[in-house]
Design a protein around this ligand. Sequence first.
Ligand code: ITT
Length: 181
Amino acid sequence: MNNDVLKVMTSNRGKYVEYKKKLKDHYHKIEMMNLDYPEIQADGLEEVVRFALEDLEEHSPLIIDDSGLFIDALDGFPGVYSAYVMKTIGCEGILTLMKEENHRSSRFECVIGYIGREKNIFKGISKGTITREKRGTEGFGYDPIFRPDGFERTYAEMSSEEKNRISHRGDAMEKLLDFVG
Ligand code: ITT
């Protein structure tokens, strides 16, 4: 157990819940901090996170998280635009775009930016399929339309503990935990 208070800088409560569930045994306390930090428009999530980490040392130890859904049949869309697309057309809009599409493979990516004694980036991926309808009420964002490979249920039909065991964010958090010990 680490005596530090870890800050998770996000406006997204769903992300915070997942961090808290997985990291609670490793930190004294985990706090959500909804502080607006600069998010540049870039081709990849890592670039966004690297830029954002530049000015945040004063809040260390901290985590920021940039994530996205990349759909193969849409050439990776919504990808780095996932937050905007969720706010505008949402899951229903994605299902409409995919209506005639039989090739439904996709992946979630999560990039954690971490500042502790030094700055690090940890990336996690989970692969799956876009369902034909929304299923489930757990989780957040695109969870109701994403069924991870090897499972019959969507992420929204899983508890946060179960999602954490197999998800992009869980994968990135495992790498963070390996690093902080
Ligand atoms: P912060 O930047 O404040 O952390 P955000 O919700 O804007 O919050 P992102 O830009 O990383 O975060 O997220 C892009 C979109 O993808 C957003 O609409 C999320 O709800 C969604 N998303 C991210 N991780 C997800 C996950 O594990 N499951 C489902 N949707 C997810």
